[in-house]
Ligand binder design. Structure first.
Ligand code: DSN
Length: 439
């Protein structure tokens, strides 16, 4: 195979030294793969990563996720396993569970779901029978596939009913949610999503769920870190179940958790195992525990508030440059931008930004007339740049770069793209990412 981009020339003394320095065993056993990992490290170090669901984990989280805990099977739960030899694993999982309960103020936590989609599928298994109705935000409106969208198993095996956002405000209309819930009587109501720039009204959703007899599931995957850091209201006391991934604003490993009231603990645990999964990924559980320990520290609260402050500033700068922000701005870490007025499709803009070292994703916007794989918008967020301690004062530059490159995407001016790429690199060099061994 060819040498990975961004890696030193294969076989060079520089390549061998670089690969051997951080992962000597891997470099010796599989230099091709070692080179690919280093190329990814270089890419993550050199680029401005604005995908709102991505972040940089700490070196401690990285270390915990690559350990001998990989070697152990532990189907079941602490104290109730189907394999022996759990003297240590039980302690690891209990630590993660107790930290999760404390950080999110919930009575029960299950830290075993492999990722967000399996976590949400476990919710269906716990509370629904095939064909039952669930109410969630439509995918093009900012929801998630697993909230009952058609192409997902959750929309095939269950009957997904969708709410959206208002055309005039870009915000969820709780009157619409209530009307739908009263008419459709869903077993489960999901709130939260993947492209929701505004505060989620957990209390409002809880009122509707109580009135209609539904289980309220708050999918906080995107905002878990903001909630942990006190920069977004908590769903505790309102949601029956809280579902979250652990790798977005929460800054942990790729994994997920389900939290709930004590009432729903057994149903959820049985749904995760043996209902849906086999052995938990203990190395991930350990890294989740580390991330939750970090999230309980005061500096995590500073980070969470700064994520929101940076997003707000970036939104203001972009709006000042004529960008059309869905809902007019943001309350959290995320901006959803309709590029129709800029005369550039979202994907064309996202590709040009990628060439400029600014990593975003193309995204549908509410009421989009274009297809999901070639939509009108882009979605950007500030968690990763905040983790790198890129200062708020740089948001004006970031907005200017985005503006320049989106314009260049329209005119085809690659010189501008190359200039921005070198300016981005300078800023990245000044703010090294945590967890990356590269200088
Ligand atoms: N893929 C996630 C995101 O980017 O928001 C949602 O699952």
């Amino acid at each position: 195979m060819t040498a990975p981009a961004h890696a030193p020339a294969p076989g060079s003394a520089c390549a061998a030294a670089a690969l051997g320095a951080t992962r000597p065993a891997l470099a010796a056993a599989d230099p091709v793969l070692a080179g690919l990992i280093e190329a990814e490290e270089r890419l993550q170090a050199d680029t401005l990563r604005l995908i709102p669901s991505e972040n940089y984990v700490s070196a401690a989280v990285l270390e915990a996720s690559g350990t001998v805990l990989q070697n152990k099977y532990s189907e079941g739960y602490p104290g109730r396993r189907y394999y022996e030899g759990q003297q240590v694993i039980d302690q690891v999982e209990t630590l993660a569970v107790e930290r999760a309960k404390a950080v999110f103020s919930m009575e029960h936590a299950n830290v075993q779901p492999y990722s967000g989609s399996p976590a949400n599928l476990a919710v269906y298994l716990a509370f629904c029978a095939p064909g039952d109705t669930v109410l969630g935000m439509g995918l093009p409106m900012g929801g998630h596939l697993t909230h009952g969208w058609g192409v997902s198993a959750t929309g095939t095996w269950f009957r997904g009913v969708r709410y959206g956002v208002r055309r005039d405000t870009g915000r969820v209309d709780l009157d619409e949610v209530r009307d739908l819930a009263l008419a459709e009587r869903p077993k489960v109501i999901f709130c939260g999503g993947t492209a929701v720039p505004r505060t989620i009204d957990f209390a409002g959703f809880a009122d509707i769920a109580r009135e209609t007899g539904a289980v309220l599931v708050a999918d906080i995957a995107h905002i878990a870190g903001l909630i942990a850091g006190g920069a977004h209201p908590s769903p505790a006391r309102y949601a029956d179940v809280v579902s979250t991934t652990t790798h977005k604003t929460l800054r942990g490993p790729r994994g997920a958790m389900l939290l709930s009231t004590a009432e729903h603990a057994r149903a959820l645990d049985r749904a995760v195992f043996p209902g849906l999964q086999g052995g938990p990924h203990n190395q991930t559980t350990a890294a989740i525990a580390v991330a939750l320990g970090e999230a309980a520290r005061p500096d995590f609260s500073d980070y969470a508030h700064q994520v929101v402050a940076n997003a707000r500033l970036l939104g203001e700068e972009l709006a000042g440059r004529g960008f059309d922000l869905i809902s007019g701005g943001t309350d959290n870490h995320l901006l959803l931008i309709d590029l129709t007025g800029k005369d550039v499709p979202g994907k064309v803009a996202a590709k040009a930004l990628d060439r400029a070292g600014i990593v975003v994703n193309h995204n549908s916007v509410p009421y989009d007339t274009r297809k999901p794989f070639d939509p009108s918008g882009i979605r950007i967020g500030t968690p990763a740049l905040t983790t790198r301690s890129i200062p708020a004062s740089a948001m004006a530059d970031v907005a200017a770069w985005i503006d320049t490159v989106v314009d260049a995407a329209r005119t085809g001016d690659e010189t501008v793209v190359a200039r921005v790429r070198s300016e981005v690199k300078e800023l990245m060099d000044a703010h090294p990412a945590p967890g990356l061994p590269l200088a």
